[in-house]
Design a protein around this ligand. Structure first.
Ligand SMILES: [Zn+2]
Length: 398
């Protein structure tokens, strides 16, 4: 299926040296190809590590010592450089200088990566903003037609204004009235906005996990998608996905939300259980109580969970699947029972295994659920990776 892998373009991709068309091709390939994505994650990690290196000079004494030790043999340093093999490095008398030289080389490579990355950052450290309506403001300055949003700057719209942001060359974000957003970071390995309040709509065509939006109660992480995200004055947020997948997480709690589904978050609690927007109102209300109002005396847990289970359609087993790991004991057994009635577990998935949250079994069942749900046609490999990660997170939490 993937005739041409794109790993030879990672360096150019990371340093924004490809055309818009080539960038899109790499991005689309990365969404579907596990092999390239794995390699890409390593390249990203390397760049991140290089960025974190402090800029310090090696003390002169270290270099003098290195040269002195190399000269002890009676050979000039230059002559030694022409040696074709490196076997001499493993001789005990050269162990220390060899280590120092290797460290030096690693340091220089890391610095050059850091410099390239910084260079990109300096030239691309702001995003283009277009006024769509009214008078959006960047800091205290009104955007008449076009403007630039730099790192650390706030873009604010009042009740009558709207704006559009170009997110590097990976997508667009529309800012609705009454919204406050800040550009936190933009670099090849990470583009990050903070949404303090209001609503934004994002359409991103980048490899997964490059575009992030921080909200007061969770981080939205793009897995190749289009979505709207809104935050109210209490810091609650609501994510609605229209295309692809988005992950919402806070610490080790994560919800992976497909197109057609939504997920709410609350400060301190993180993301709730995701649900399809065409589920019944009763189903959604009961789910909100389970997720966010565990101490509300006006309802009790058992009938509320019953309501969720009774209202669930086959497609809502997607929600019940998330609930499995968020409830315990007899509640988990009841969730299992309803799921099994709606979408029977495939071969190899047992009741006992599911109740102890066996990761493989949960995966297998999830695949069957997704393939039987109308709007979740196929789960991209990246989402499978994230789902695996989610469950390990949940195991740690429990
Ligand atoms: Zn590939």
């Amino acid at each position: 299926m993937f005739r041409t892998h794109v790993n030879n373009q990672f360096s150019a991709y990371c340093h924004e040296e490809l055309s818009a068309g080539e960038t899109r091709k790499v991005a689309e390939h990365l969404i579907g190809c596990t092999r390239c994505r794995k390699e890409f994650e390593e390249v990203k990690l390397g760049i991140k590590l290089a960025e974190q290196l402090p800029l310090v000079s090696a003390p002169d004494s270290l270099w003098q010592e290195v040269e002195m030790l190399l000269d002890q043999d009676g050979h000039p340093v230059n002559e030694r450089r022409s040696w074709s093999g490196i076997s001499f490095l493993i001789q005990p008398r050269f162990a220390i200088p060899a280590f120092a030289v290797l460290m030096g080389v690693a340091f220089i490579i890391a610095l050059s990566l850091r410099d390239r990355s910084e260079g990109t950052r300096l030239t691309g450290a702001s995003w283009d903003v277009s006024r769509l309506d009214g008078a959006p403001q960047i800091g205290s300055i009104s955007v008449n037609d076009k403007g630039k949003l730099g790192i650390g700057q706030w873009l604010e719209t009042d009740a009558n204004s709207r704006a559009q942001i170009e997110v590097g060359n990976i997508g667009q974000v529309e800012i609705d009235p009454g919204t406050r957003v800040r550009l936190v970071e933009t670099k090849p390995t990470e583009h990050r906005l903070e949404l303090a309040r209001g609503r934004l709509s994002a359409r991103i065509s980048a490899p997964p996990r490059l575009f992030f939006v921080d909200t007061p109660s969770a981080v939205a992480e793009d897995l190749g998608c289009a979505y709207t995200l809104e935050v109210n004055d209490q810091g609650d947020s609501l994510l609605r996905v229209t295309l692809g997948w988005v992950s919402l997480h806070l610490r080790d709690r994560e919800s992976v939300v497909p197109a057609g589904a939504a997920c709410a978050t609350r400060p301190g609690l993180g993301p709730g259980t995701p649900y399809f927007e065409d589920s019944s109102e009763m189903f959604r209300k009961a789910l909100t109580k389970l997720d966010f109002e565990p101490n509300d005396p006006s309802w009790s847990r058992t009938p509320t969970l019953d309501l969720v289970l009774n209202e669930a359609r086959p497609r809502d087993t997607f929600t019940l699947w998330h609930l499995l790991s968020r409830v315990n004991g007899s509640d988990r057994a009841r969730v299992y029972g309803r799921m099994a009635a709606l979408v029977p577990p495939p071969e190899g998935v047992t009741r006992d295994g599911v109740l102890r949250l066996d990761q493989n079994m949960l995966n297998l069942w999830r695949e069957k659920i997704d393939s039987e749900c109308d709007s979740v046609n196929s789960v991209p490999a990246v989402v499978r990776d994230v789902l695996g990660r989610t469950r390990s997170g949940i195991h740690r939490r429990l």
